[in-house]
Design a protein around this ligand. Structure first.
Ligand code: FAD
Length: 300
């Protein structure tokens, strides 16, 4: 869906950017070290029965997993913290990222609204509104108003700053726009009055052309303030890293009917991706002890 502000519904995407190498071996050694007399280098990684002539022995992952999971399910979970996973997430709302960063053990880097111009932005439309034409229309109006007001405030804010330049620079701007010197000082006085008229905008444009560095500094500062009108629905991109133990806690809390739908979707996708790398990682991760159907607090 696109309109004059190029507003578009975002799609949530997640990928694993990085993961600790050999995570299962690392976790296995960490568990084994708790009970081993010797050094970590003496702890052998179990292998399958010798594969004939080759010196290369296949690692016995099942054996390691069978050793790890009962201990993990007993609550002995700190060995999992030796491994971390980094997810790159795009197309999520600020409503989601506010919740995500509450998980304090995670490390986060999020797209900044200070440095990026949001004249056009992607947004997240909650499914309950997407399904109804009236709700959808109202939501879209709110997004368009946001974009319009952001643009207006950007324009007004930049003009307010540019009008503070010295009279000498104002004369330069006048000459740049009209190709001649101003006739008297009152012309200079009222160049930016009223704000955001056709002629005022021409002087702002001239300032941008003559003083690009200074103009960009002003624009960035005004963007910082204009973003205050942006909605929680604005799409954002975020990279986050968690150790496996705290990922399990995050997953247990957020892939739950009590959690909000968008972060639940994120937790589920992250969990599926991590499970491909470390199959046992989510075993027993639901920490409330209830199944979804038993959970009386659950909401649709
Ligand atoms: C369904 C749901 C609804 C929620 N609603 C709200 C709400 O209305 N308002 C609101 O403010 N929050 C809300 N939250 C957020 C919630 O309170 C937690 O902030 C969030 O889930 C992170 O959990 P955590 O603190 O266990 O995780 P993390 O911050 O990742 O910490 C993991 C564990 O490490 C320990 N830890 C980490 N840092 C510290 C520290 N500095 N001091 C002590 N222990 C620490 C704690 O034991 C913690 O359990 C909600 C969460 C959920 C799942």
């Amino acid at each position: 869906m696109r309109d004059k502000y190029n507003l578009q519904e975002a799609v949530q995407e997640v990928e694993i950017l990085n993961i600790t190498p050999k995570p299962i071996e690392t976790i296995y050694k960490a568990y084994r070290q708790c009970y081993a007399k010797g050094k970590a280098k003496d702890i052998e990684i179990p292998t399958l029965v010798s594969l004939g002539t080759t010196h290369c022995k296949a690692v016995d992952y099942n054996k390691m997993i069978n050793f790890i999971t009962p201990l993990m399910n007993d609550g002995h979970t700190s060995p999992l913290e030796h491994c971390c996973v980094t997810f790159a997430v795009s197309g999520v709302s600020r409503a989601l990222t506010h919740q995500l960063v509450r998980h304090r053990t995670g490390k986060y880097n999020q797209q900044s609204q200070r440095y990026i111009n949001f004249k056009s932005f992607d947004f997240i439309l909650p499914p309950r509104f997407a399904k109804n034409s009236l709700a959808r229309e109202e939501f879209m109006k709110a997004m368009q108003n946001d974009a319009q007001q952001y643009e207006n405030l950007l324009e007004i804010g930049i003009a307010l700053e540019v009008q503070k330049v010295s009279d000498k620079i104002k004369r330069q701007l006048f000459e740049h726009v009209h190709g001649k010197k101003p006739t008297d000082s009152s012309v200079i006085k009222y160049m930016f009055v009223p704000l955001c008229t056709y002629s005022c905008n021409k002087y702002v444009q001239a300032y941008m052309e003559l003083y690009p560095k200074e103009y960009n500094k002003i624009k960035k500062a005004v963007q910082e303030d204009a973003r205050y009108v942006l909605s929680n629905a604005c799409a954002s991109n975020i990279i986050f890293t968690m150790d496996f133990n705290n990922f399990r806690k995050f997953y247990g809390l957020r892939n739950c009917v009590n959690a909000q739908w968008e972060i639940r979707e994120l937790a589920r996708k992250c969990g599926e991706l991590l499970k491909e790398e470390v199959p046992f990682i989510l075993e027993g991760a639901m920490n409330c002890g209830k199944t979804c159907t038993e959970c009386e607090r659950g909401r649709k």
